[in-house]
Design a protein around this ligand. Structure first.
Ligand code: NAD
Ligand code: IPM
Ligand code: MN
Length: 353
């Protein structure tokens, strides 16, 4: 049976890295007989500046109805300071499709890319379960007296029992499947509302007696991730903390250019998923042809696993490891290749694997 995915290349380096991921998919389709139709959606800053289109609801509904997954490059463009199109595209999918778990693996593929003294790739292998629909990301910003001496900018954060519980459950289930410890992080010492995370964790814990579970304030966790990354398995966090820890984790595992992610609704198998590199549109290097395509390619790997092609996903991870070991990669990971050459090197190694 054929499967269908939608692809949004987006802004900045998005189209550069997605082009390489698409060539990888093409190769897997050819070699492995994967029957996956690709629907490319011309959305992003370019389109928004041309005709005001962000992500029309009818189109989003059609994607939801006809596709198993979406692969996204990145959105965000200095020419659109309001970020309106980026918000509608990214949050449109995360919120409207209720993709409450943002799964961001922190897995170092080679020793050389682990930046910590005395640590190797065996020490950096954990995963962030980031709550993806609530927290400080709910649209409730407010300001008063803009630019005046009494200006007040306000925002609120929202954590619902249902939202916290389903995210923690997904994190616990991952910990169970992979026999990992779980740490939940919050900042309830300064923001009392966040204590709901501690209470719900305590309620769920008896259901997972075999899992070593702890809670750590997010500032302490940030430090411990650097000092002892090997102590971590699953990290469950609210939306904002998960976002920050994901970039920190990407740096621990070799850099932002490598990190993949999935936005899922784990309680409903078969629900549409959104897959995207952790990095953004990187305007500082856009158009230079030096962006690392591996974050996008590994996100495609996660997408393939979601579609039931676990063997293809594993091959992608092995080939990514090999290109890095052989330094057939972009400058951010110690290589000298441009984006297209790094993509070609990846496909050559994939073909021989
Ligand atoms: P960024 O992730 O785009 O870039 C941070 C740094 O990492 C930059 O120095 C960049 O050059 C480098 N980098 C990122 N990806 C790389 C790659 N593949 N290869 C090599 N180097 C890479 O973060 P930012 O600069 O804070 O954000 C830029 C724009 O992207 C903003 O508009 C932001 O809102 C948006 N953004 C979008 C997403 C998304 O679409 N999911 C994610 C993060 C940021
Ligand atoms: C990410 C990004 C987004 C987020 C931005 C672009 C809104 O940083 O996907 O990590 O904060 O979720
Ligand atoms: Mn981020």
């Amino acid at each position: 049976m054929s499967q269908r995915i939608a692809v949004i290349a987006g802004d900045g380096i998005g189209p550069e890295v997605i082009a390489e991921a698409m060539l990888v998919l093409e190769q897997l389709r050819r070699e492995r007989g994967l029957v996956i139709d690709v629907w490319e959606l011309p959305l992003g800053a370019e389109r928004y500046l041309r005709d005001g289109t962000t992500f029309p609801r009818e189109l989003r509904d059609e994607v939801r109805a006809t596709c198993s997954a979406v692969l996204l490059g990145a959105v965000g463009d200095p020419r659109v300071p309001s970020g309106e199109h980026a918000h509608d595209i990214l949050m449109g999918m995360r919120l409207e499709w209720d993709l409450y778990a943002n799964v961001r693996p922190i897995r170092a593929l080679t020793d050389a890319l682990v930046p910590l003294r005395g640590k190797s790739k065996a020490d950096v292998n954990c995963v962030i379960y980031r709550e993806n629909t609530e927290g400080q990301y709910v649209a409730a910003g407010h300001e008063r007296g803009r630019d005046g001496p009494d200006e007040i900018a306000m925002s609120r954060e929202v954590h619902t029992r249902r939202g916290v519980e389903r995210l923690l459950r997904a994190a616990f289930e991952h910990a169970r499947r992979h026999r990992m410890p779980l740490v939940m992080t919050d900042k309830s010492n300064a923001i009392p509302a966040q204590a709901i995370w501690r209470r719900v964790l305590a309620e769920l814990k008896p259901e997972y007696p075999e899992i070593a579970t702890e809670q750590l304030y997010v500032d302490a966790l940030a430090a411990r991730l650097i000092e002892a990354p090997e102590r971590h398995g699953v990290i469950a966090a609210s939306n904002l903390f998960g976002d920050i820890l994901a970039d920190l984790g990407a740096a621990l595992a070799g850099g932002l250019g490598l990190a993949p992610s999935a936005n899922l609704h784990p309680a409903l198998p078969g629900h549409i998923g959104l897959f995207e590199p952790v990095h953004g549109s990187a305007p500082d290097i856009a158009g230079k042809g030096i962006a690392n395509p591996l974050g996008a390619i590994r996100s495609l790997g996660m997408l393939l696993a979601h579609l039931g092609h676990g063997d293809a996903a594993e091959r992608v991870e092995r080939a990514a490891t090999e290109v890095l070991e052989r330094k057939r990669s972009t400058p951010d990971t110690g290589g000298t290749l441009g984006t297209a050459a790094a993509g070609a090197a990846f496909r050559e190694i994939l073909a021989g694997s």
